[in-house]
Design a protein around this ligand. Structure first.
Ligand code: NDP
Length: 284
């Protein structure tokens, strides 16, 4: 059986259409959603990600500004840029592109972003609220992965969900979201013993590891839903953490790379920015 594709291109295009209508409605109220992206240094992958975010803003009519700061930027200058964007009412979302150069303290910088403008969902307050199951800004990648499951009508409650990876930006928030949806969640990592024993139990398997084609068909249960978060470059070509060609023959649903979760990450950034602008508008 070949798996059904969870297509990030189609799902993100549909979501963008709905978001565009929301942006237009906000503009009628005199508000243009605004996103400030802070990019320090010239990491090529970061440049590409930021470029994709700028393009998405243009498609949706969101005002975006990218502050490109040199590699040598000092912590005080980075923090001053964040404070300036915090104080600017036309800025509804602030994103500091990670990773920052090694000499900078990203945790401290991120903690300065106002939680309501933290469209990446990395602020301690948003993470704390997510942990408590309260309304908050949710990190874009796990939010996008959950959206794909829900949009495809995949039942989550009561299912065995296994997340490989426990990073603060993907694995942990993904596990919390699945828990909130009443899955029984197992989180695996590099110290997990007999990983395949866990993954083979999974009705929903999320791979967020950063190793090309790491999840092989023998690690996957027949009929499982496989969400591949990984983005790896092998011989100049993108591939995920899942051995797509083999696993698609066993899974019921699978996300491709590219064209899967990555597309949803950007769409969710737009969603978080529009939602932040709507909240600000309602408060005014
Ligand atoms: P991290 O490197 O921060 O985390 C990787 C996780 O994988 C760690 O928890 C690590 O365990 C675990 N791991 C590593 N090796 C193994 C192993 N052999 N067995 C089991 N677990 C293992 O990565 P991120 O979470 O930031 O990203 C993961 C992947 O997702 C990357 O490919 C990244 O490029 C991609 N990504 C994609 C996005 C998108 O938009 N689609 C957005 C963000 C990331 P331990 O904690 O023990 O070290």
């Amino acid at each position: 059986m070949a798996a059904q594709l969870l297509d990030g291109k189609i799902m993100s295009a549909e979501l963008e259409k709905a978001l565009k209508a929301k942006v237009e409605a906000l503009k009628e109220r005199g508000i243009t959603p605004g996103l400030t992206v802070i990019l320090v240094g010239d990491d090529p992958a970061s440049q590409t990600y930021v470029g994709n975010k700028e393009k998405a803003c243009i498609r949706l009519g969101i005002h975006s500004e990218t502050l490109r700061m040199p590699e040598s930027t000092e912590q005080s200058a980075l923090e001053a840029a964040i404070e300036k964007a915090n104080a600017d009412p036309s800025v509804h979302g602030i994103l500091v592109q990670l990773p920052l150069p090694k000499h900078l303290n990203s945790d401290h910088a991120l903690s300065l972003i106002l939680p309501e403008k933290d469209v990446d969902g990395f602020h301690d307050i948003n993470i704390g609220r997510l942990t408590r199951g309260e309304d908050c800004v949710v990190a874009c990648t796990p939010k996008g992965a959950l959206y794909m499951l829900q949009k495809a009508g995949i039942e989550i409650a009561g299912k065995e969900a296994v997340v490989i990876g426990r990073s603060n930006i993907v694995g942990k928030p993904m596990a919390l979201l699945l828990l909130q949806e009443n899955a029984t969640v197992t989180v695996c990592h590099s110290r997990t013993k007999d990983l395949a024993e866990h993954t083979r139990r999974a009705d929903i398997l999320v791979a967020a590891i950063g190793r090309p084609k790491f999840v092989t068909a023998d690690m996957v249960k027949e009929g499982a839903v496989v969400i591949d978060v990984g983005i790896n470059r092998v011989d100049g070509k993108l591939c995920g953490d899942v051995d797509f060609d083999a696993v698609k023959e066993k899974a019921a649903y699978i996300t491709p790379v590219p064209g899967g979760v990555g597309k949803m990450t950007i769409a969710m950034l737009m969603d978080n920015t529009v939602a932040a602008a709507e909240k600000a508008a309602d408060k005014a």
